[in-house]
Design a protein around this ligand. Structure first.
Ligand code: HEC
Length: 296
């Protein structure tokens, strides 16, 4: 048994079904993960599509000012006089202290100019009669919190390493690539996973690491796609009578056990191989190009 070597193409069909089922569901899971990234992080800068800004806002935060300041310069501009607005901003910059709030008569400005709308009766906008609600808007947006980063980090490390355990195990039975390249492909996602998680923390500290998150994410996706495609190809498209030339040894070997005409199967298989698959691949390539241009 020393020379026992499992190859994907020679696996029994039930095992192939098991592997294919796993690979398919994991690929769909990956797709949903990408969509989720697009909707949570992708919208961080207010525009659809993932950009470096999105990543910086999500992890480092948008430290160009507090919500209160941004609103006073934005949709709440003119609600108070210029002088009053300036006083509020000064107070925010000085730390938004509660005693100063009354001492500097900031509370009077809020009562006179804001609370006719921002009161307990209004729904969907903060009630400024409660100091807490004002205070909340004077914190700078610091992106992901340490506790949320800790939570997501350990979930990702445990969960994704499991996914790549099985994808890598299945792929390790492939024969298309040499042992050297197989080892690289199997090890890569783990390296990228660690770099990815590490770069979240680094980006939390400084926005200059944001592009590292993108690179690590893309590397993980690329190694997943590589292992996935090779595994599927070897399981279903090597030594399969559907895809052998009519009358070839590969087809004759299986002819004995099969009841119906393999020549017509091979004909359909050949049409699929030479016509449908190239079309599907070019569609895939186009959509990757489209995605790439969107992300640029
Ligand atoms: C005429 C009614 C009205 C007045 C007066 C008003 N606001 Fe608003 N405010 C709104 C509405 C409606 C929104 C939600 C829409 C938006 O964000 O632009 C809002 C949103 C805000 C927000 C964002 C809240 C959040 O959670 O994102 C802030 C901050 C704010 N107002 C501050 C002020 C301040 C400070 C004043 C007084 C100088 C003021 N507003 C006066 C109606 C008002």
């Amino acid at each position: 048994m020393k020379d026992l070597k499992i190859t994907l193409s020679e696996l029994d069909t039930p095992v192939k079904i098991l592997f294919t089922g796993y690979l398919t569901t994991v690929a769909i899971g990956y797709l949903f993960a990408l969509i989720q990234i697009l909707f949570t992080h992708g919208m961080a800068d207010g525009k659809l599509g993932l950009s470096i800004d999105d990543i910086v806002y999500s992890y480092y935060g948008n430290r160009s000012g507090t919500v209160l300041e941004k609103k006073l310069n934005g949709s709440m501009k003119g609600k108070a006089s210029e002088q009053e607005t300036f006083k509020i901003m000064q107070w925010v910059r000085d730390g938004a202290d509660e005693t100063e709030f009354t001492n500097l008569k900031i509370n009077k400005i809020f009562e006179k100019k804001c609370e006719m709308c921002h009161n307990s009766g209004a729904s969907g906008i903060p009630d400024f009669a409660e100091f807490e609600n004002i205070k909340e808007l004077t914190h700078e947006d610091e992106g992901a919190t340490f506790s949320s980063l800790t939570r997501v980090s350990h979930i990702h490390l445990f969960g994704i390493s499991f996914i790549f355990m099985f994808v890598g195990l299945i792929f390790s039975f492939s024969t298309t690539a040499s042992s050297k390249y197989k080892s690289i492909a199997i090890g890569m996602p783990y390296a990228f996973l660690i770099v990815d998680i590490l770069s979240w923390w680094l980006t939390k500290l400084s926005p200059m690491f944001a592009s590292l998150i993108m690179i690590a994410g893309a590397g993980m996706g690329a190694s997943f796609a590589f292992m996935w495609i090779i595994s599927m190809k070897e399981m279903w498209f090597i030594n399969n009578p559907w895809f052998c030339e009519p009358g070839s040894p590969c087809q004759r070997a299986i002819k004995v056990v099969s009841g119906f005409s393999l020549n017509s199967l091979a004909y359909i298989g050949k049409r699929l191989r030479t016509e449908l698959f190239p079309k599907l691949f070019s569609i895939l390539k186009d959509s990757f190009n489209w995605l790439y241009n969107k992300m640029k």
